[in-house]
Design a protein around this ligand. Structure first.
Ligand code: IMP
Ligand code: MG
Length: 194
């Protein structure tokens, strides 16, 4: 009979997808440890702010999947999750702000405490559009929690309640963020090699 795997700390430090970093191809921007600490801190803030309430976390697929999964494990307030999928008509590295919602939330958000969870804000156009569309449905409160932000690239003034890290104007991959659908599985955030 196969035995349950023993956690192997030495092996857990490496990751098959780490090869790029080990090769010096991708520079690590935010380590797994830094992610854990910051996500825990954001979770603690959300627990305080939403005490006595039952927020609906709306994850923006696909990029927010790892962040949402880790963030919700830090929450002690009762919460629900749902997902939204949208596609931008822009190019792969530049969003146009013209969006199509491919999958909407499954439930009515009227009167709910909605917290949109997204991976990264670049121009801000995607989130601005999403927030506008959700706000029209009369949630009780509507806030955003974003893991990464690139302040230099912001084109719209968008108040974001919870922000993980401010990063430079470079293309980030890992921890949900992709380049051509790859690298989402990296357990850290790295800069895409030029
Ligand atoms: P915005 O509408 O310009 O704010 O673009 C936001 C979306 O563009 C994010 O949700 C990501 O899907 C994508 N994006 C922007 N910058 C990056 C990056 O550095 N790495 C991966 N995806 C990015
Ligand atoms: Mg996204």
């Amino acid at each position: 009979m196969a035995e349950a795997a023993e956690p192997n700390l030495a092996a857990a430090k490496g990751h098959p997808s780490d090869l790029g970093a080990a090769d010096g191809h991708h520079e690590v921007l935010v380590s797994a440890e830094q992610l854990r600490e910051r996500v825990a801190a954001l979770g603690a803030e959300i627990n305080r702010d939403y005490a006595g309430r039952q927020p609906l976390l709306v994850g923006v697929l696909k990029g927010a999947v790892l962040f949402l999964a880790d963030l919700m494990r830090e929450l002690e307030v009762p919460c629900e999750i749902d997902f939204i999928v949208c596609s931008s008509y822009g190019s792969s590295t530049d969003s146009s702000g013209v969006l199509r919602v491919l999958k909407d939330v499954d439930v009515s958000i009227e009167g709910r405490d909605v917290l949109v969870v997204d991976d990264i804000i670049d121009s801000g156009l995607t989130l601005q559009y999403l927030m506008k569309s959700l706000r029209a449905r009369k949630p009780r409160t509507l806030e955003a929690c974003v893991l990464l932000t690139k302040p230099e690239r912001r084109r719209v003034d968008l108040p974001i309640r919870y922000v993980g890290f401010e990063i430079p104007n470079r293309f980030a991959i890992g921890y949900g963020l992709d380049h051509g659908q790859r690298y989402r599985n990296l357990p850290y955030i790295a800069l895409l090699a030029e």
